[in-house]
Design a binder for this molecule. Structure first.
Ligand SMILES: Nc1nc2c(ncn2[C@@H]2O[C@H](COP(=O)(O)OP(=O)(O)OP(=O)(O)O)[C@@H](O)[C@H]2O)c(=O)[nH]1
Ligand SMILES: [Mg+2]
Length: 361
């Protein structure tokens, strides 16, 4: 899972990045910083329990990659090409919105106003898409004019589609909210348009509001959440400080500053839900591993995620829920009880499945 952290200048992006990835990027030198890339493992109790159960020598959790995109680089004058490439790769955006007040940290639009900033960033992202579409339209128009009539049709179809998307964007409808059929979606895939990506709004509240975070989140979620966007409220500064502490100390410190649960965990959880991702497991003695795939993934696709050879040689999958496996003791016991499903290529993998794929080499 690749998540790009975006937002206006000094919204707290690098602070959140440090909290999420355990990074130590200096946050007092904000502004004009380069893009940072960091990774984090998704904590997973089910994986730990499974690994212990099979005495695994190695545990491999799911990795998330975070991109910290500087606010200043993403302006109306047009985002830099390498920045657009990084944004295009992301599965979703974490849009950091400033809700904390601080005299010594100037806000690029003077006062703190989260609702305005959410719209401002949406407009910048839409602007990036519009300029890309306009460039492509210009080029395509010339090409279509010059093309032989037999070759004109495909170009014309693309022109019509791009005009339609552009029209929507100009009416403030991001691509993800425009209705497209499957062939239109396929035609657009190569563009990696930014407004097509799901957005998690991360409302960055001040430390003094830490004990009211759930109330603030509910309020904003009601106003701004849609099927393809959600709101999580956190205090990035406190989360960053907590991330620097050993786990036990962090647990102790958290309630003292008014926080009930981990903001980092909340952001991870919400990102997974937004992207409709599920986790399945392979419980090997060598390596017990968690895999993250989109909901609706088939056993064959899951095999491909593990290794292309396993996909090509797929015979069948043995599937058992992780908890059922642990409760049964051994896989042989589970088989006796009829708890291990023997599944074919088109089986839809469930969250929490432990999957063993039998294959030919
Ligand atoms: N009090 C408080 N300060 C914060 C919080 N989040 C960020 N800050 C401060 O705001 C300043 C900017 O934070 P950064 O995380 O560097 O902001 P940024 O969005 O990465 O800024 P650019 O990269 O310049 O766009 C720093 O001084 C942070 O310490 C917060 O939750 N509370
Ligand atoms: Mg920064």
């Amino acid at each position: 899972m690749d998540l790009a952290i975006v937002g206006l200048e000094r919204a707290g992006k690098t602070t959140l990045f440090n909290a999420l990835s355990g990074g130590q990027v200096e946050t007092s030198r904000y502004g004009a910083t380069p893009t940072h890339i960091g990774t984090a493992h998704i904590p997973d109790d089910r994986l730990q329990a499974l690994a212990e159960h099979v005495h695994a020598r190695k545990i491999t959790p799911v990795e998330v990659k975070y991109w910290d995109i500087p606010g200043a680089g993403f302006s109306k004058s047009g985002a830099a090409p390498q920045l657009l490439a990084a944004l295009g790769q992301a599965d979703a955006f974490l849009h950091v919105v400033r809700a904390f007040q601080r005299e010594d940290v100037a806000h690029p639009l003077v006062n703190v106003d989260p609702a305005r900033d959410i719209e401002a960033m949406d407009a910048e992202i839409a602007f990036a898409d519009l300029s890309l579409i306009e460039k492509r339209l210009q080029k395509l128009t010339t090409e279509v004019r010059a093309a032989r009539s037999s070759e004109r049709e495909a170009g014309q179809r693309e022109l019509t589609l791009l005009e339609k998307i552009k029209d929507g964007l100009e009416r403030n409808i991001p691509l993800r909210r425009q209705s497209l059929n499957d062939s239109e979606k396929r035609a657009l895939a190569t563009y990696s348009l930014l407004t097509g990506k799901p957005v998690l709004i991360v409302l960055n509240v001040g430390e003094e509001a830490a004990d009211r975070i759930d109330v603030i989140q509910a309020e904003y979620d009601e106003r701004f959440a849609q099927s393809d966007s959600r709101v999580v409220a956190i205090c990035a500064k406190l989360e960053m400080e907590l991330a620097e502490l050993p786990l036990e100390e962090a647990e102790e410190f958290r309630p003292q500053v008014g926080l009930k649960e981990s903001g980092v965990a909340a952001v991870m959880q919400a990102s997974q839900e937004l992207l409709n991702l599920i986790t399945f497991y392979t419980a090997g003695e060598q390596d017990t591993r968690a895999w993250m795939v989109p909901e609706g993934t088939t056993a064959l696709q899951a095999a491909g995620k593990i290794h292309s050879d396993i996909e090509h040689g797929f015979i069948r999958a043995e599937v058992i829920n992780w908890q059922a496996l642990i409760n049964s003791g051994t896989i042989a016991e589970a088989r006796k009880k009829g708890l291990v499903g023997v599944q074919g290529k088109s089986y839809i993998v469930n969250d929490g499945d432990t999957v063993n794929i039998l294959f030919n080499v």
